[in-house]
Design a protein around this ligand. Structure first.
Ligand code: DP6
Length: 375
């Protein structure tokens, strides 16, 4: 006999960044964070887990390649979900829990593109295991064991991960602020600057920051007010405010990275060109129309309202002309009209390295993990 289940989970992009742990083992953050969950139509992880009496070992395949099951993050997550299953189901599941499992997980986007693939992957693992072992209720703290940012991918829409106060981490969980339907015309453009993975990993980077940065102490103090303010901006769909806080928080993250010793720099010349372009455009429009945010890599994530997508795309294509190799320069949701921001383009002169952008993914806000039937 065999039990199996398949689920999908989304990517999330933080607007208030998680950076720094107060407990490495339990994955407890120094500050709360806020994120937007992206649509699974464009970006998602998909995981199938089978449990069988005759399997002799636990095994895992990521994007078709077998990986070690001894990974402490996977072990930590699996231990937590099994404990929860025993508490909730008593001895009913003893047999199933004793069987070995085979896990097969794949992303529908490049893993190394710096697109928080670990968040979607670990959220999907936690959610799928919870389905298999009939665990009910919040699974964000289970996902958190895999990767901190993964706890926010177990919900759709707008999500806050409360840092929590308890030393055992029981109150360090994510919750939904509002579903994706609340602000469905909020669109996202992911500007892939590089799909090479060669920078300091976030776990290692944040550890160094906590140990060495003076500026970081200041950051931790100002995050609570920012978190409250951005939650208000989301509730009121106040894009101007949402954008300002998002950009300031991204800039502060990268400032504390540079203040880390030895310094960590994730941004490249192209990342900074994108920042300049966004600020010039917002100034030209006399209000914030676009917000950028950067994680532990050079790729930009832009938030903007649907109505501004065609104009902003025209600017991106003008300053970063697609090369002959980039046939599918823009993927994801189609661009409905081809409005061109002629006046802006002819008024600004910014020295930009033209071949800086690889491709652009156009997507929107999306819902949380799903169980796939008939698969
Ligand atoms: C910059 O969740 O990857 O993307 O908990 O060590 O696995 P670990 O770190 P991870 O860190 C994400 C950092 C970030 C900001 C964010 O997503 O909030």
């Amino acid at each position: 006999k065999m039990e199996y289940v398949t689920c999908t989970a989304p990517v999330n992009i933080a607007v208030i960044k998680y950076w720094g742990k107060r407990d490495e083992k339990l994955v407890l953050p120094m500050n709360s964070s806020v994120s937007v969950t992206l649509s699974q139509d464009q970006l998602r992880a998909k995981t199938t887990i089978a449990a069988c009496k005759t399997f002799s070992n636990d095994k895992i395949w990521l994007n078709g390649r077998e990986e070690s099951f001894d990974n402490p993050r996977i072990q930590n997550l699996l231990h937590e979900v099994k404990c929860r299953a025993r508490i909730q189901n008593g001895s009913d599941l003893d047999q199933l829990l004793s069987w070995k499992i085979h896990i097969c997980s794949e992303n529908n986007f490049p893993t190394a593109a710096g697109l928080a693939s670990s968040a979607a992957g670990y959220a999907c693992l936690a959610f799928t295991l919870a389905q298999l072992y009939k665990v009910t209720g919040d699974v964000s703290d289970i996902a958190r064991r895999g990767s901190g940012s993964a706890c926010r991918s177990v919900y759709g829409g707008f999500v806050v991960w409360n840092k929590g106060e308890n030393i055992d981490g029981t109150d360090s969980i994510a919750r939904q602020i509002l579903p994706h339907t609340h602000w469905s015309d909020l669109h996202i453009l992911i500007l892939v600057v590089s799909d090479q993975k060669k920078h300091t990993g976030s776990s290692e980077g944040m550890q160094k920051t906590v140990q060495t940065s003076e500026l970081y102490k200041q950051r931790v103090k100002c995050v609570p007010e920012r978190t409250d303010d951005i939650i208000d901006a989301i509730k009121n769909k106040d894009f101007d405010k949402f954008a300002e806080i998002t950009m300031k928080d991204s800039n502060q993250l990268h400032a504390v990275c540079l203040d880390t010793y030895p310094p960590i720099s994730y941004l490249t010349d192209t990342s900074r060109d994108i920042m300049t372009l966004v600020h010039r455009y917002n100034t030209f429009k006399a209000q914030n129309k676009v917000a950028y945010t950067f994680d532990a890599g050079p790729n930009a994530c832009l938030y903007l309202n649907e109505a501004d997508v065609p104009g902003v795309i025209s600017i991106i294509e003008y300053f970063f002309p697609p090369t002959s190799q980039s046939q599918h320069f823009i993927t994801g949701l189609p661009i409905n009209t081809r409005a061109i921001e002629k006046e802006f383009i002819s008024n600004v002169t910014i020295p930009i390295q033209p071949d800086g952008l690889k491709y652009v993914i156009h997507t929107t806000v999306g819902d949380g993990p799903r169980v796939c039937t008939n698969e």
